[in-house]
Design a protein around this ligand. Structure first.
Ligand SMILES: [Fe+2]
Ligand SMILES: [Fe+2]
Length: 214
């Protein structure tokens, strides 16, 4: 029966149309709801992330090394003045410039995780720097012994930095802070290079000549 069939199909078409329009409205409502939920979730995730103990520790450790890098700039100034050889003076000068770069890189790290750069007193670096000052007091000016001792003092600084940055890179990777991880890793590589260069300077002739001094 064509008429009935046509009526049926008209009814079906109308029903389908009405369903489609209901579906459209439902889809619109759903996507609106989804985006509201997404925005809401992002806020929840952000505040949850900021309250997580590991995130707090990470930020605290950044504040610690931010303080340390600033303190190192001042220490290197004194070490450069105290050094005997031009080679070591130059190495300390280069390291000072590099340390200033590390400070501005740390500021980028803070911003990449939506935190404000802040310093927190680092007792460890204060102690290592104090030891470096003792080295200057306890060695004679113009001697190779002073340079040999200053190199070790500077390497203690490097090793503190390497331990800190090495750990922070891994934490940043774990927490998915990719940009922070990249920036911290760049600094870590430079600290390792500086440490290596200091060993080279010591072993080329400074340690040998220091051994000849009486
Ligand atoms: Fe540094
Ligand atoms: Fe360094």
């Amino acid at each position: 029966m064509p008429t009935k069939s046509s009526t049926t199909s008209d009814t079906e078409a109308t029903a389908a149309k009405s369903n489609a329009s209901e579906n459209n409205t439902a889809t619109e409502n759903k996507s609106e709801k989804d985006s509201t939920m997404k925005a809401g979730n992002a806020t929840v995730v952000k505040s949850e992330m900021k309250n997580a103990p590991l995130h707090k520790f990470f930020v605290d450790a950044l504040k610690d090394i931010y303080y340390a890098e600033e303190a190192i700039v001042g220490a290197l100034e004194k070490m450069q003045e105290a050094a005997t050889t031009e080679e070591l003076k130059d190495a300390f000068e280069d390291h000072q410039l590099q340390t200033k770069k590390h400070i501005s890189r740390l500021e980028k790290v803070f911003r990449s995780i939506d935190e404000t750069p802040e310093k927190k007193k680092c007792d460890a670096i204060e102690g290592i720097i104090k030891e470096g000052e003792e080295v200057i007091k306890s060695t004679k000016e113009g001697t190779m012994t002073r340079d040999a001792a200053l190199i070790i003092a500077a390497q203690k600084v490097e090793h503190y930095e390497i331990a800190t940055y090495g750990g922070l890179v891994q934490l940043a990777i774990t927490m998915g802070h990719d940009k922070a991880a990249d920036l911290l890793d760049k600094t870590l590589q430079e600290e390792e290079d500086t440490d290596y260069n200091l060993t080279e300077i010591a072993e080329t002739y400074i340690n040998f000549e220091a051994e000849q001094e009486d």
